[in-house]
Design a protein. Structure first.
Lengths: 111, 118
């Protein structure tokens, strides 16, 4: 089984940088995903890490440390439209790409 | 539109009634997943198919829930004798078998079917 923890809520200011942390415990790690979900909409894929290190994609970066069971999502130059829930999800070996999600971090971007 | 399509988008029903949701995945994807999501929570895995074979079912999935993917394309999720606790968003997702430098095996989600049981 898996245990995935991430903060419930965060607030940040437009133009700033925010880091959303995720810790996990799993028996057969095979990748960590970050999704963004606006209220009432489908989750959309943001990033994927399977090896240790930083993956950068525009204003979004994601970091993974497999030995620590730890990941973070970094959002730069925050915009109001970044207000959403950010879901950390882990894939295990043998699960057919099945993802197990955390509860999500609700990010509010303020002026 | 080549995304994942779900219908109906909203369903209101009375306790004890049966409901059925349909999901049309991205056409070249061989894997299809059903998740359930309640307010303030992340999606919870229910079941998944590879082609027409149902390969895994969550222990969360009671006997009142059944899913099919008869021709390996669209899928249906039926809930019999609905209970108020079944009220949730039911999300469908699809993916390709992971492999290759560019294929992460990420899940592509539909907009969901929101169920309200009165």
């Amino acid at each position: 089984g898996q245990n995935i923890d991430q903060p419930t809520e965060m607030t940040a200011t437009e133009g700033a940088i925010v880091q959303i942390n995720c810790t996990y415990q799993t028996s057969g790690f095979n990748g960590l995903f970050w999704y963004q979900q606006h209220a009432g909409e489908a989750p959309t894929f943001l990033s994927y890490n399977v090896l240790d290190g930083l993956e950068e994609k525009g204003r979004f970066s994601s970091f993974l440390s497999r030995s620590k069971g730890y990941s973070y999502l970094l959002l730069k130059e925050l915009q109001m439209k970044d207000s959403a829930s950010y879901l950390c999800a882990v894939r295990e070996n043998g699960g057919g790409n099945k993802l197990t999600f955390g509860t999500g971090t609700q990010l509010k971007v303020e002026l | 539109d080549t995304g994942v399509s779900q219908n109906p988008r909203h369903k209101i029903t009375k306790r004890g009634q049966n409901v059925t949701f349909r999901c049309d995945p991205i056409s070249e994807h061989n894997r299809l997943y059903w998740y359930r999501q309640t307010l303030g929570q992340g999606p919870e895995f229910l079941t998944y198919f590879q082609n027409e074979a149902q390969l895994e079912k969550s222990r969360l999935l009671s006997d009142r829930f059944s899913a099919e993917r008869p021709k390996g394309s669209f899928s249906t999720l039926e809930i019999q004798r609905t209970e108020q606790g079944d009220s949730a968003m039911y999300l469908c997702a699809s993916s390709q078998t992971s492999g290759g430098a560019e294929n992460t095996g990420e899940l592509f989600f539909g907009e969901g079917s929101r169920l309200t049981v009165l």
